[in-house]
Design a protein around this ligand. Sequence first.
Ligand SMILES: Nc1ncnc2c1ncn2[C@@H]1O[C@H](COP(=O)(O)OP(=O)(O)OP(=O)(O)O)[C@@H](O)[C@H]1O
Ligand SMILES: [Mg+2]
Length: 328
Amino acid sequence: MPIIEVKNLSKHFGAIAAIRDVSFEVEEGTIFGFLGPNGAGKTTTINILCTLINPTSGSAAIAGYDCTEDSSIVRKSIGIVFQDTTLDRDLTAYENLMLHAYLYNLKKSEMKDRIHDALHFVGLYDRKDDTIKKFSGGMKRRLEVARSMIHRPRILFLDEPTLGLDPQTRANLWEYIVDLPKKHNVTIFMTTHYMDEAEVCDRIAIIDRGSIIAGGTPEELKKTVGGDVIHIKTSDNTRARDELEQHFSLEVSEENGELYFTSSRGDACIPEIIQTLGKTVHSVRLQRPTLNDVFLNMTGKKIRDEKMSSSDTLKEDVRAYRRRFGRS
Ligand SMILES: Nc1ncnc2c1ncn2[C@@H]1O[C@H](COP(=O)(O)OP(=O)(O)OP(=O)(O)O)[C@@H](O)[C@H]1O
Ligand SMILES: [Mg+2]
């Protein structure tokens, strides 16, 4: 039985349909990525699964328990790292975890060990007596992951756990997160807008404007993009283009002095192409589709709206989109 079962879930806030008819399942011990642009409905879905709000229609269940009907049972089996930090700035790291342990009614005899284990797990034991005010963004996030684990949840919800962190700190946090399914058999449900982070997911669902528009493993999703993109520089692009189109029936485009085309068997066709074009070839570059390409392909936009705000970035996005998918 899947540990998370969501069936035809919808949530309306007045006239706004935050999520519409959303259905998916998550298997125990896996990492599930819920990806979508701003306002897509990710946090709303998490809030329903975490029993913080009720759906307008449809159902959500965790370990067989309904998130609305059996909310107190559901709460015992989940841990949450919210999109916005919820640590108490004036308390120490230790006190923040202690507060959580009390809220979850942990036995006094086991509190200390659990808190120490959690602090060691995220590498913050040495800073346990510092107040949160003195913590960096990355340390706060790590402490929140530690806090969410104190009551040993079966499922951990991470809503943009690495938002605003630098790449090194992000990588460091992920080292802890990806270990959880293996070490503690925890199922992870996460949202992120960093597509490279979604590579660690066993399965992904992409949500846009409240509806799920695609789902699968990262590899399955990348296959939907339609193959690898091959870029070639030659001493005579006009001739090379003719030859490629004639010999291989390819649809070849040109940009910045480089020819490019899509192939479903990128590495296999490169030797044949070099043989055909001979010494006129200066360089060949193969680009595998990334999850970013999948996202762009599915939603027609980058995962963050603000990235579209600068006109230069926008032009670059449009160019990249055309280059990849040959559409305007
Ligand atoms: N309490 C609320 N009252 C009214 N509208 C809401 C409420 N919560 C969410 N919404 C609306 O529902 C939609 C989905 O919001 P949600 O927070 O789930 O998006 P998200 O995918 O988490 O976005 P982000 O990536 O920005 O965090 C948005 O249009 C949002 O304005
Ligand atoms: Mg959100």
